[in-house]
Ligand binder design. Structure first.
Ligand code: HPA
Ligand code: ZN
Length: 347
């Protein structure tokens, strides 16, 4: 398949990138909340937001680092109150994902952002889960939920959140760690993750987005994560790169997010190609598409145009996305067969 793909010309790459089936493994559902939906929900729920219009809100999306984004992202999520709101948000994302030929989505949600405002765990999870079921039935998209702990909050609060979520254990497949990275290293949550591991939950964590390679090491060795979210700082540590390659630890890379949060000065400087060349299981994802200017195919198309990645690398990234996902081996095979068929038909 890789040999075949190498004959696909650069002009036809965007169409190939759009058409190829793919999995999205790093999407914060609250980061898919478009300004139009924020305003509609604010009105529906009688919530005040400090922006006069959709345009004014969009203009505020000029970020200098992760924290400058998080402040506005948590403010946007304040319009979510009812189960239907969570459903509507997730359904809008899943329709958008299906249009990009995403056939599998593993979706982060931040329950503490909502429970802190008096919204119940039941409301959050039931709304999101219903949209995932609907996506399977109506769109042919397989979708699962991953509960993220906010790392700027305490270990005790993470344990409380886990307790609140356990009655809905069958509605999420794993846990993650997000929010402000620097100053909140993975080890702060080692005991919570150990408990989640005993419960049979999948484990992932954001590490090496802005934080140092040391945070990727501790995510691996202390939290025992199966995937690293972002992880782009790993290229600064040769021993870490070897470890990630040897153990085939996937990285869920988010190029447009990295650009918007100034992790790389320009998209052409992104290290995705370097990660692939080193043999890492790197994947492409959208992170917070409503805030960072693009969904899955925008991430693929803009990154390939800026960095000169080629069709064999497109194949590798899509293949990696299925290999890195938490679906069973037979589903991985089915999606990879579909990917092969798409490439074969394209030539
Ligand atoms: N990093 C950390 N926390 C987040 C992000 C991110 O990119 N997006 C939403 N929460
Ligand atoms: Zn993220």
């Amino acid at each position: 398949m890789l040999k075949l793909a190498s004959s696909i010309s650069a002009e036809r790459l965007p169409e190939l990138l759009r058409r190829m089936p793919k999995a999205e493994l790093h999407i914060h559902i609250e980061g898919s909340l478009e300004p139009e939906l924020i305003f509609a929900l604010a009105q529906r729920n009688g919530v005040q937001i400090p922006y006069a219009s959709v345009e004014e809100l969009r203009k505020a999306y000029a970020f200098t680092n992760l924290q400058s984004f998080l402040d506005i992202y948590y403010a946007g999520a304040s319009v979510l109150l009812k189960e239907q709101d969570f459903y509507d948000m997730a359904w809008a994302y899943l329709r958008r994902a299906a249009a990009d030929n995403v056939v599998r989505a593993e979706i982060f949600f931040d329950p503490q952002t909502h429970t802190a405002r008096g919204v119940s765990m039941e409301t959050v999870i039931n709304g999101l889960y219903r949209a995932c079921e609907q996506a399977h039935a109506d769109l042919g998209v397989s979708a699962s939920l991953i509960l993220c702990f906010l790392r700027h909050l305490s270990e005790e609060e993470a344990f409380e959140t886990l307790e609140q979520a356990l009655p809905y254990r069958d509605k999420f497949i794993g846990v993650g760690l997000d929010s402000s990275e620097v100053g909140h290293p993975p080890e702060k949550f080692a005991r919570v993750f150990a408990r989640c591991r005993e419960l049979g939950l999948h484990l992932v964590a954001h590490a090496g987005e802005e934080g140092p390679p040391a945070y990727v090491w501790t995510a691996l060795d202390l939290l025992k994560v199966e995937r690293v979210d972002h992880g782009v700082q790993s290229t600064k540590d040769a021993a870490l790169m070897q470890r990630l390659a040897k153990d085939r630890i996937p990285l869920t890379v988010c190029p447009l997010s990295n650009l918007k949060l100034c992790v790389f000065p320009q998209l052409k400087d992104h290290n995705l190609g370097q990660l692939l060349d080193a043999g890492l299981v790197a994947t492409v994802n959208s992170d917070d598409p409503a805030y960072f200017g693009g969904y899955m195919n925008d991430n693929f198309i803009q990154t390939f145009a800026a960095t000169g990645l080629t069709a064999p690398q497109a194949y590798q990234l899509a293949k990696n996305s299925f290999d890195a996902s938490f679906i069973d081996a037979s589903m991985k095979r089915r999606y990879t067969d579909l990917l092969d068929a798409t490439f074969a038909a394209f030539e």
